[in-house]
Design a protein around this ligand. Structure first.
Ligand SMILES: C[S@@+](CC[C@H](N)C(=O)[O-])C[C@H]1O[C@@H](n2cnc3c(N)ncnc32)[C@H](O)[C@@H]1O
Length: 231
């Protein structure tokens, strides 16, 4: 793939950032610029959490790019079992520390080569889609579709095109340079997709009842897989 090198750098970035991720991604961390913290950020996050909880109860959830477990914790409230996947062993270790093994099974895999081997009642991913380059989008969404059982749900949270940028994010086409606390810099993919475009894409693949909530900073989207026969 055209962006192979940068996708490797992106994964290396998250592994290197794992220990500081929760602080830098949380309120008062990455989100806090010199200006006052915008209360909309917490509000929109809370809206996404509530919309997710409203989906439950769920028997078996697959979380893609689970990271340190910020959303795994929310999924644990509504799911009996979770399979949490990430490409970074450092991220998975932190997630396991937070969540424990009882309810969660951990899988280390590269999402650009991963293929789903089971059907899940819910497939969830937060702040992952924007790290998928446009040329890999179709393939990724198709895999998501194949991982959702007929009648099951997809739910995603991310940052929309045309939204307000979180501090530390600078538009540079489909790339961004991110810096760690120790000054190391990494190039990553960051594509702000249009939520309606993603919803139409999912509809074409066979999801129905698409619901999109677009905020200033974040959007969340959910849909149900139609049909009875897995593709
Ligand atoms: C922005 S973080 C999101 C983490 C989590 N979903 C959250 O919202 O806190 C992106 C995650 O994608 C993972 N990741 C990066 N490249 C990956 C790849 N090629 N395959 C699987 N996971 C990858 C990183 O390790 C990181 O945990």
């Amino acid at each position: 793939m055209e962006n192979d090198e940068i996708l490797k750098e992106q994964l290396a970035y998250y592994s290197a950032r794992a220990q500081e991720y929760d602080e830098s991604a949380g309120v008062g961390g990455r989100f806090a610029g010199p200006e006052e913290l915008d209360p909309l950020i917490a509000l929109e996050e809370e809206e996404a959490r509530r919309a997710l909880w409203a989906i439950g109860p769920v028997e078996h959830t697959l979380e893609l790019a689970c990271g340190t477990g910020i959303w795994t914790t929310e999924l644990a409230r509504i799911s009996r079992r979770i399979t949490a996947l990430d490409g970074s062993p450092e991220m998975l270790a932190l997630n396991r520390e937070k969540l424990g093994d009882a309810q969660v099974q951990y899988v280390q895999a590269d999402l650009f080569t991963w293929t789903p081997e089971a059907l899940y009642d819910l497939v969830f991913f937060a702040f992952w889609l924007s790290h998928v380059p446009p040329e890999a989008l179709e393939d990724f969404l198709l895999k998501v579709y194949r991982a959702v059982r007929p009648g099951g749900r997809v739910f995603l949270v991310d940052e929309p095109a045309g939204g307000r940028l979180l501090s530390g994010e600078v538009l540079d086409g489909q790339y961004q340079t991110r810096r760690l606390y120790d000054g190391r810099e990494f190039r990553i993919i960051k594509v702000y997709y249009r939520p309606e475009e993603i919803a139409s894409h999912l509809e074409r693949l066979g999801f129905e009842k698409l619901e999109v909530r677009r905020g200033e900073y974040f959007f969340h989207l959910t849909g149900r897989r139609a049909g009875v026969n897995p593709v």
